[in-house]
Design a protein around this ligand. Structure first.
Ligand SMILES: C[S@@+](CC[C@H](N)C(=O)[O-])C[C@H]1O[C@@H](n2cnc3c(N)ncnc32)[C@H](O)[C@@H]1O
Length: 229
């Protein structure tokens, strides 16, 4: 899968996104193209999920699936100890449609995102502030910790603040992937309301993604492009 994604990426870099779309468009039904354009129009690049040291492949997969289903473009994965490995049956192919960035340490992801204009919040059960206190008028990323130990101290220290998802029962924390769903759907909805639009891809990224998704929808797209271009 990653080899295919890399090959598509190289084609886009070499020939340009619009050329790739022009060659592949006749091989897609109008309904498929309309569906791709609808999903692109709702893609948010200004809200990002970060997960640190996830060890359960089902949680990893559910995180990918939720991030994609909410319409987020990026998932950052911190892998200090174990590789983020998702269980294929649970992602249902969702990994194809998002961009994953892998980092060895949370601080590196946080600093890179801050340099891009994001503010980054740690999630901590019982934090004094809640997910609804997050200011969504700027791009925002939210970090989630591992199933057993939560976020590392260094990850929390690197973030701009810590927020919790309110709980009212005896249980002290939600399951990781459940928290990702609860928090990111709430943040994404608030961000969409704040910017007054469902999606916010910049034009260049939208065109590149369109070309990538066209290619992913067509069996043998790389061969077709190699023969045509
Ligand atoms: C199962 S919890 C880890 C619990 C860990 N013992 C702790 O105290 O952080 C896994 C992750 O889900 C998120 N999480 C779970 N419940 C949460 C809540 N109520 N508020 C904020 N984050 C929560 C956090 O990111 C946490 O690191």
């Amino acid at each position: 899968m990653w080899r295919l994604a890399d090959a598509i990426q190289q084609m886009i870099e070499r020939h340009g996104a619009d050329t790739i779309c022009r060659v592949l468009e006749p091989m897609l039904t109008p309904a498929r193209i309309a569906r791709i354009d609808t999903v692109l129009a709702a893609r948010l690049q200004s809200v990002i999920t970060i997960v640190e040291d996830t060890y359960d492949p089902r949680n990893a997969a559910a995180t990918i699936r939720t991030t994609e289903a909410i319409g987020l473009h990026e998932l950052h994965v911190i892998e200090p100890h174990q590789r983020f490995s998702a269980s294929g049956g649970v992602t249902l192919g969702a990994h194809k449609w998002i961009t994953m960035a892998r980092w060895p340490r949370a601080e590196e992801s946080v600093f890179a995102l801050r340099a891009r204009g994001f503010r980054v919040f740690a999630t901590l059960p019982g934090a004094a502030h809640t997910i609804d206190d997050v200011d969504v008028t700027t791009p925002v990323a939210v970090a989630f910790g591992n199933e057993r130990d939560g976020l590392t101290e260094s990850a929390i220290a690197a973030c701009d603040g810590a927020v919790g998802v309110p709980m009212y029962g005896f249980t002290e924390s939600f399951n990781l992937s459940v928290t990702v769903a609860l928090a990111m759907s709430r943040i994404a909805a608030r961000r969409r309301a704040a910017i007054g639009t469902t999606g916010d891809l910049d034009d260049e990224l939208r065109r590149k993604l369109r070309a990538r998704w066209f290619a992913l929808k067509i069996r043998g797209a790389i061969g077709i492009l190699e023969r045509t271009l």
